[in-house]
Design a protein around this ligand. Structure first.
Ligand code: ZN
Length: 249
């Protein structure tokens, strides 16, 4: 597992900065919070998704921050998102989900976040359509992307766990999503572009942000298409910080 070994110094460093309490067990030990990682694709299938799954699991294990359960099929999603099943999770990650995600009970899912659940949407998560309350929860919806581009990313909040170590203007080559139904007043910005990724036209183009929904915390990142991005150290820190923040760290 060369990938995880490469992560270790970063993970240990961040873990020391952000202690996160787990759940006491009968044996007196601590069990990390459970995350449900949903990777079902009902539209475009991202080839990188198994790598993203590996990264999610590895970061949780290495940091001790969480354990992961996966829902990779529509049937598994329906089973694992009932109100009873959700009660067993501290967080849900839509990791490159594509289009529809058939959660068992939409209202109960939103209520679970309101009551303190963590919700994380990675890249494809924003392609979910036809559920306006979900789009409001996430903070935006995928509009379109053009060809992959090399861009300079602006760090809007350098003090957030999800942007630790990132300097404004860092360059990446990635498939850059553009969003609709996005309202800057409803989110806390983390990363954005000040030029259109493909045309170079000046403007404001959100890429990663957080939201608070009731007692729940929401983290979204547009990153996560290319395998070299998903395997990169900066993405590991970004995702780790975002998930830990959403879990209350
Ligand atoms: Zn993509």
């Amino acid at each position: 597992m060369r990938l995880l070994r490469a992560f270790t110094p970063v993970v240990v460093a961040v873990a020391m900065v952000l202690p996160l309490a787990g759940t006491p067990t009968a044996a007196g030990g601590e069990e990390p919070p459970r995350l449900l990682a949903v990777t079902v694709a009902n539209g475009y299938v991202h080839e990188v998704t198994p790598v993203l799954e590996e990264v999610l699991e590895g970061l949780g294990r290495e940091s001790g921050g969480w354990g992961v359960d996966f829902a990779r099929t529509n049937e598994a999603v329906k089973e694992k998102t009932t109100p009873e099943a959700l009660a067993g999770y501290r967080g849900v990650v839509f990791a490159n989900t594509s289009r529809d995600v058939p959660v068992a009970d939409r209202e109960a899912f939103l209520a679970w976040v309101e009551e303190g659940g963590a919700f994380v949407g990675v890249h494809g998560a924003s392609t979910l359509e036809g559920w306006p309350e979900f789009t409001a929860l996430l903070g935006g919806q995928f509009d379109y992307h053009k060809e992959q581009a090399t861009v300079k990313v602006r760090v809007d909040d350098a003090g957030h766990a999800a942007t630790e170590g990132l300097e404004s203007g860092f360059e990446i080559h990635e498939e850059m999503y553009l969003y609709r139904h996005f309202d800057r007043q409803r989110v806390h910005m983390l990363l954005s572009l000040d030029r259109h990724p493909n045309t170079g036209e000046p403007g404001f183009f959100p890429w990663a942000w957080t939201r608070v929904q009731g007692r729940g915390r929401v983290f979204h990142t547009g990153a996560g298409h290319r395998e070299d991005i998903v395997r990169s150290d900066w993405f590991a820190r970004h995702l780790l910080g975002g998930i830990r923040w959403s879990l209350g760290g």
